[in-house]
Every structure is written in structure tokens, then in C-alpha cells.
Ligand binder design. Sequence first.
Ligand code: F1P
Length: 592
Amino acid sequence: MQHWEQSGYEPSLPITEKSNPITTDIDRADPNGIVQMLEKCDAEMFQKTVHEDSMYQKLNSCSVIQTMVDISKKVEMILKDPENSLIVLSGCGTSGRVAFLLATSFNRWLAALHENQIYSYIIAGGDKALLTSQEAPEDNPSLGALMLDKVCSGKKHVLFFGISCGLSAPFVAGQLHLCLNNLEVFTPVLVGFNPVNMARTELMRDFPSNFRKIAEKMSEMQKHQRAFVLNPAVGPEAITGSSRMKGGSATKLMLETVLLAGHEAMYNKTAVTPDGELALIEMNEKVHKVTYSKNKKLAALVQKAGVSLRGKGHVYYLGWQTLGIIGIIDASECIPTFGAAFEDIRGFICRGFSEINNKEGDLSSEGLHFSISHKDFVKRILPSLSDNDMVIFLFSVHDDLNEVSELAKCVGHNTSNIHALIHDLDGHCVPDSIKGLFMTALNITWPSSLYEQRSILMNQHWELSTKWCLNAISTGAHILKGKVYKNYMIDLRVTNSKLYRRAIGMLQRFTNSTQTQSETALLKSIYFVEELTEEISSADVTQHTLTANQKDQVVPTALVMLQTGCSLAEAKSHLDAHPVIRDAVAACLRLS
Ligand code: F1P
């Protein structure tokens, strides 16, 4: 049993908000140590349940596998009536981005079979949120319901996947509530990584229920197969609460398994069975082993990315096809997670919006955040690129290797700091002449026998493998830059109610203050005042998070104030003197 599974371990927190004992000292680790810790944390996803009666059900538990089988059968049923049916995947932040990735890839599969494209995705904040952080709509249950209602209009059967890793997002709660009130049309599936009794109980804006009540009702309805809860425990995140990591990966592989089994039942007449689902999950476990078997090269990339960020340089991902999307997603998440600047880590995809297949089409006129094609990179970034900047190419043997080599040569004129993550197959390898263009080529050669007749699996695995590598690179680089304290992202942006509560919890934990003291300090820091006014005290959390969105170092400032009893102005000057958050916090804790 893992330490975090014991009932006394951080008992007031759900699994997704607990800190992971594996990574307690990740802020002091070197790149090799960082990668090894991430490998162990990710491995927890595939851990077997030793006793079926253990406190938490895991991905491999019989009950979870049976739920997956039942849902796959619903997928098959939906596929049988494509005219009247829809499969909708929805979530906020990373969960919404995974929803988008899955919906577009399964639609592509259906299009290749000349079938109706019955998948749709919803992300809180709309398509802009695919590339930038739009956390505020996450708190709005009515908006979630409204968007779902709109997408499903006229459909007779809708299989709805509401993804919230923490079983917490009000946006998703609103959608599930709508489904539960219209079960003749909707079959809702709640996807997350906490047991139902750890779902959030906080009141929501203009909403008659809370997340836990909805999750409980769904569990009840599962007995009649009218609703499902797919919620294995995969362990706390490596960086506390950072559901972009394990949460995103587990959502991706679990839903891919469920959907793929449903598709194969429909189109290949392969029966949906527990063994079939288990075999697909085990293949993902193999992907984990193969990816992390490259840990030395991965650690070298983490090291280089850390050097670039510390030296005020940048990290650029230049990807092809969905590997490009994985790069864009990873880069965009660094802003809310680490308080990073938008330029620090950026992702680009070969043909930009024309190959993304998002609902709202080309967003490039929305500003620089939406300049995402290789052409944009060449025009805007390349001229000022230097050895201080790191460039990582993301491609596979199936991409246009002439294009890859031309761009690599072009980039190579301005920086020698150019690397690649390459996926190929035994018997179909990327030639050495291409690999030789890169200082580091992290090349994974996959066994072709794994993918006979199942090319969609190949894409899914290469995406996941790339996600693990990039999560390690961007997380590791920010750790090396000093943005993480122990295994907490202390300088996060407090942009929604979940993050607001998490920030208060961190302040309590590190300063031994009460909840009220911590919230008061947080509010002073958010509103930049030495004393709280009546107006501030009576404002709601939404107002606080909207204001916090505009401010830097909100949580570290509050922490220094609480720990030393100093004023806001003094806390700010302490932080100015210690630009590295880890050092600022450590110095302040030593001081007291
Ligand atoms: C959704 C989410 C995360 C994001 C941040 C805020 O979480 O937007 O994707 O990284 O932590 O919340 P969830 O609803 O999937 O738990």
C-alpha cells in the first residue's frame, strides 16, 4: 500500500489535492532525480489492486474494468444510430483539451470509414481555452449546461462524458445535472480520480446541488446502467494538484480504451470484454515503460530546458500533426501552473489552425497567443533565436521528413540548441541523416507488431509518450528555475474557486495559520491593500479570482506576510530580493 493510501494521510484532502510522498524533495533533485520521481508517480496509474476490498479502486480493479465494459457497450449502441446520436466529451482546462483531442481523433477515424462524425467536445471558455488558460468559466454551472444543451439540440441519444479530475468543476456539475434531469436522452458518464465521497461539497453559483450529491446520484443510477462513474484512484499528482499531469494522461488512456473497444465492437465485430479492455490498458503501461527507459536522454532535455529558462531564454516545441497539439497544450499549461510568462515555453504545429480541426476555426487574429504555425515561428521567433533558446522538434516517421529536415537546417543556423523527440517503427526508421541534425535525438522505435490493423492505437501511444516527455521537460525546467517549493506550485494563478481554496490550504499548511488568517492574507495580497475593506470582505470568490487573475506572486506574498507578520509592502520587497520562489519561501521560513 502506498503511503498516501493510508487513512491518516492528509485526511482532509481528496486524492487529487494530496501531496505525493514520492516527490516531497523534487525541488532539490537534479534532472535525473526529477525524471525518476515522475516515472514513479506515473507508474502509480497502473498499480494493481492487491486486495479487491482495499480502500481505493484502481484502473485495473475489476469494478473499474466492468464499468469500462458497460460504457463501451453504450458507445457501440450510439454508433449503431449515428443519425440521431452524439458522443460529447467535456471538461475544463486540461480535461477540456483532452476532450478535444479525443473527439477530433475519433471523428477522423469515422470520417475515414465514411461514417457520420458523431463526436463533439466542449471546453469551458470555448476554443480559446485550448491554447490559453480561461479558468473563470470553470466556476459557472449554468454556462456548462447551456453549452451542452446547444451542442445536443435535436439529438435523441447522447452519451456524455463529463471530465473533472478532482470531481470538482462546477461547469461539469451543471452539465451532469442537466443530463440527470433528461435521462431519456442523456447517458452521463462522470470521469475523475477521486472516490465519490471525496467529491467537492462547496456551494456553487445559482445552483441547487453540489458535485458530491450529483456524483452520488450517478453512482446510484449506475445500478440501472442509466449513468456511470469512472473514477479509479491514480494517486496524487507529482506537483500537488497539477491535474495536467497524471489526471490528463489517465483521462486520455482510459477514455481511448473505452471508445476504441466500442468502435471495434461496432466495426470489427470484436466483443467487448474485460480482458480486451485490460489488454489495452496494459499496452499503455508498456508505453510508460518504453518512454521512461529513455530517462537519461529525457533528463538531459530537462537540464537543457532548465538552463534556458534560468538564463531568460525560451523553450520552443515545433511539432507535426497531433504531436504538435500535445506540444501546444503542454506549453499553454505552464502559464497558470507555474506563473510562467507566455513567451517562456511555446508550442507550434506545422500548418497551424488548418490542421487542428477545432470548432471555432482560425483564431490567429485573436493575438500572439494564437500564432501557432511553423510559418509564424519562422516569421516571428526565428530571427531573434539564440543558443540561449532551446528548440525541440516533435515528429514521427509518418511525417514529411523533408519538411522536418528543411526546418531543422533553418533553425540550426540560429541555434545549436536544437533537439528532437522522434517516434518510429522497427523496419520503418527515421534515417540517421535526419537524426544527426539534432544535438539530442530522443528516438523511440516501437514494435510494429503492436499496431497491425490498429493505427489509431499507434497515434494514441505516441501522443501519450510525447505528453509524458513534455510534462517532464516543462515541469523539470520550472523546478530547476526555482518555481516549485517542495512539491507545491506555490506561485500558481488563483483564477478559480478550486485554486482559491487550494491556495488557502497551502498557506495554512506552510505557516500553521488558521483558515481565516490565511484567507485574510490572501485577500490583502490579491487586492494589494494593507487592510481589508468592507467591500472586499463582502465580495464573493468569483470577484476575488477575477482580481487575482491580473496580479503576480499573490500566494508567495501572502505566505511571507503570514510567516513573518510583516506588511504587504515588506513582503513584496522580500520577494523582489529573492526572485527564486523556492529561496524566498525557504528564507522566510528560516527567518521566523
Ligand atoms: C480542471 C482545471 C485543470 C487545470 C487547473 C484548474 O480541473 O482546469 O485542468 O490544470 O488545475 O482546473 P478538473 O476539473 O479536471 O479537476
